[in-house]
Each structure stands twice: as structure tokens, then as C-alpha cells.
Design a binder for this molecule. Structure first.
Ligand code: SAH
Length: 380
């Protein structure tokens, strides 16, 4: 028997395939009780975990030198054990006079994700990623073109919000020191395809300090292509977060193309799950509808959308839903373009005439590719 042929090209570095190794475990992955247990397991007094939690979630401190209540001898061990570095900022781009900031992050394994901070006179919103890349393949979305690299951990998701909270607290964003009031899962990824990490992150964001950041669940929006079983599961969590459903078309034929998961869960099934979510949580559901010229912006589709959203009850209980029309953010090299102002106005008017609350989303950050659907996380 002849020996196996020698491989001609040996890899120079043997790196595990991306996605195998797990992100470092961080205190934001754990509940306060789990952090205390972990400290005990490491032979440290439990209250140290609480002190670290206060630094991270309450005081938003990231420099170990400022953690002067921790004994110097244990500080390094505590910080590496509980607050390992999760991500490094590679680039920050600003728009709207510094009130919109997009950050490109490099995760421990080289995966790239982006987050966007948007400050308004009355609120500050962090738009966060939940996956590196996305597997949903919506053809009009920049993130969808590169496929999924991996799920993010709870702490990687939370850290994006904490980074924004630090920038606001330290007065780095024009408008004086402030707080993050809203978090939207509208960055890269499909949050409900990374369900456990996302629910963990929502819990961490909404638990009172020092367990979490102490935000109101009402300020958190989870946006989804419509993974029906996961919408139903989320409704049962007892977390009153707002659900945003990326519908983009009222008919299966068109939605199968724009949001390919529709071939699995039809428009009717998806809208019904959203309606059940509204009934269970008493939270109004947002319907996202990106306006694409000549694709989904015809007047007859506005009427069909009204029919579909009204099909959940007789008479239609309009209070359950709010339609967010998003002028499409054009992605370089894409065949999809933004609808004309006139067509968008007509579309909105027809929904309003049917009694459906409908607004037009602003497109903050589009000039720095930071608006919805533009996050592609490329270097260079
Ligand atoms: N996967 C989730 C979150 C993604 S981004 C979801 O699909 O809901 C948040 C929103 O931006 C979604 O409604 C998405 O459809 C929308 N979006 C994607 N590409 C866009 C684009 N080019 N212009 C405007 N909105 C876009």
C-alpha cells in the first residue's frame, strides 16, 4: 500500500476555524447571583463580585486603577476573571454634528460588528448588533449579503450599550452628560436567531444596578424578520420589550423575495404571531416597511397592508400596531433604490386614511453608512 501523499501546502498557523472558540466569559454573561457563586468557586469573597458589578454597571468604570476598593493584590485576578476585554474599537465615525456615532468593533476572534449611538434632544438610542453578519439574506440589506459568521454572547451585546453609556456619562457626546434611554436590536444580525444570548442581554439591560444597567424594558426594541416560534417564546418571557416586525411586503409573493424566511412563515402566520405578542404583552408592535422604488411602494400594496394588519380582528383593533415607513437606505452596488417622496407620501396617507398610526423614520447616519441596513463591518 502506498503511503498517503504529503500535503503540498501546510498552513503556516494552525488556527481553529472561526466560530469554534467561545468569547471570554464576562460578568455581564451572568446574573448577580451567578457572579457571587463564581467568585466563591474561585476562592474569593462573594462581595468582590458585587463590587465589580457596581464598577461595571453602575459607575461605568473600565479602568482597573479606578477600582480602588479592590485590594491591589487581587485586582488583576478579579479584572481578568470577570471583566476580560471583549472587543476593541477599530474606528468611530460621526455624523449629525457628533450626535450620531458609529463604532466598528473587533471581537476576540477577529469578527467585526458595528453599533450606532444616536442622541436626540429627549433621548439617546443605542442600536446594537446581536450577530456578526446575518444568515437571513434579505437582498436589500448590506449585512445580509455577507452571511452569518457567528452569534454574539450576552456580554458582547451588553458591552456595546455600556460603551455608549460611558461615552454619554463622560460627556463625550455633544449635549452634555447623559444616559442611554433606548436600545434597539437593529444593528447586524437577527436577534431571535440568537435567542438565548439576546434574552440574557435584555435581562442584563433591564435589571436594576448592580445586577444590570437598570433601563426600562419599554425602552428596548427587538427587531425581527419574523421567526414565529421565537416571537411566541418571547411573548412568554414576561419582558415587556417592544417587538418590531420587518414586514416590508403585505403579500407572500413579494415577501418571499424580500425577506426569504417568509417561505417558512407566511405573512398571515407572522402577522398573527405579532398580534398575539401585542395581546400578551400589551405592547404595541411596530411594523417596519422599507420603501423601495417600484418594488413594494405601490398604492395597492398600502391598501393590502392595511387589510393584512386589520385581518386580526373584526372590527380591526388598530391600536395594536404602528407602521414605521423607512425610506430605503441605499446600499452601494444594490439594485434597490429609495421610493420617491411622492410615492412615500401617498403610501403613508392611504394607511392613515384606514386609521393605522403610521410615521416615516428618519435616516440618521446614512452619510456614514450607519443607517438601518447599511452596517456591513468592512475594514478600510
Ligand atoms: N434582523 C432584524 C434586525 C435587522 S436591521 C430584522 O430584520 O428586523 C433593522 C431593520 O432595518 C429591519 O427592519 C431591516 O429590514 C431594515 N433594513 C435592512 N436593510 C435596510 C435598508 N437598506 N434600508 C432601510 N432599512 C433596512
Amino acid at each position: 500500500m502506498s503511503p498517503m501523499p504529503e500535503p503540498t501546502h501546510l498552513p503556516l498557523v494552525l488556527t481553529p476555524p472561526r466560530g469554534r472558540a467561545k468569547p471570554p466569559r464576562h460578568l455581564a454573561d451572568l446574573t448577580l447571583a451567578e457572579r457571587l457563586e463564581e467568585a466563591t468557586r474561585l476562592g474569593l469573597p462573594g462581595f468582590r463580585a458585587r463590587q465589580l458589578s457596581v464598577h461595571y454597571f453602575d459607575r461605568l468604570v473600565d479602568d482597573p486603577e479606578q477600582m480602588t476598593d479592590l485590594p491591589l493584590a487581587q485586582r488583576a485576578e478579579l479584572v481578568t476573571g470577570f471583566l476580560p476585554e471583549l472587543m476593541t474599537p477599530l474606528r468611530t465615525l460621526e455624523a449629525d454634528r457628533g450626535t450620531t456615532r458609529k463604532t466598528l468593533w473587533r471581537l476576540f476572534d477577529g469578527a467585526l460588528v458595528e453599533s450606532v449611538l444616536m442622541r436626540y434632544p429627549d433621548r439617546a438610542t443605542m442600536c446594537v448588533s446581536s450577530q456578526a453578519g446575518c444568515g437571513m439574506a434579505c437582498p436589500f440589506c448590506a449585512t445580509g449579503q455577507g452571511g452569518l459568521q457567528r452569534n454574539m454572547s450576552t456580554a458582547e451585546i451588553v458591552e456595546q450599550v455600556v460603551a455608549g453609556a460611558r461615552a454619554l456619562a463622560r460627556g463625550e457626546v455633544p449635549g452634555g452628560p447623559g444616559r442611554v434611554s433606548n436600545v434597539v436590536f437593529m444593528g447586524m444580525g437577527e436577534p431571535l436567531a440568537n435567542y438565548h444570548a439576546v434574552v440574557g442581554a435584555v435581562r442584563r439591560l433591564t435589571s436594576p444596578a448592580p445586577d444590570g444597567l437598570g433601563m426600562s424594558a419599554r425602552g428596548v426594541t427587538v427587531s425581527t424578520v419574523g421567526l414565529v416560534p421565537r416571537i411566541r417564546q418571547l411573548a412568554a418571557e414576561g419582558l415587556p420589550v417592544t417587538l418590531a416586525l420587518s414586514l416590508h411586503a403585505p403579500d407572500d409573493e413579494l415577501r418571499n423575495e424580500l425577506v426569504p424566511i417568509n417561505t417558512r412563515y407566511s405573512v398571515a402566520e407572522t402577522v398573527e404571531a405579532a398580534w398575539d405578542y401585542a395581546r400578551t404583552t400589551k405592547r404595541r408592535v411596530s411594523i417596519e416597511y422599507a420603501m423601495m422604488r417600484g418594488i413594494n411602494d405601490q398604492a395597492h400594496r398600502a391598501d393590502l397592508l392595511a387589510d393584512v394588519l386589520g385581518s386580526v380582528g373584526d372590527p380591526a383593533p388598530w391600536g395594536w400596531v404602528h407602521v414605521n415607513l423607512i425610506p430605503l437606505n441605499e446600499v452601494r452596488g444594490s439594485k434597490f433604490t429609495r421610493s420617491s417622496d411622492e410615492d412615500m407620501d401617498t403610501f403613508q396617507r392611504r394607511l392613515l386614511e384606514r386609521g393605522i398610526s403610521t410615521t416615516m423614520r428618519d435616516t440618521r447616519g446614512s452619510d456614514i453608512d450607519a443607517a438601518c441596513g447599511q452596517l456591513a463591518a468592512t475594514e478600510g
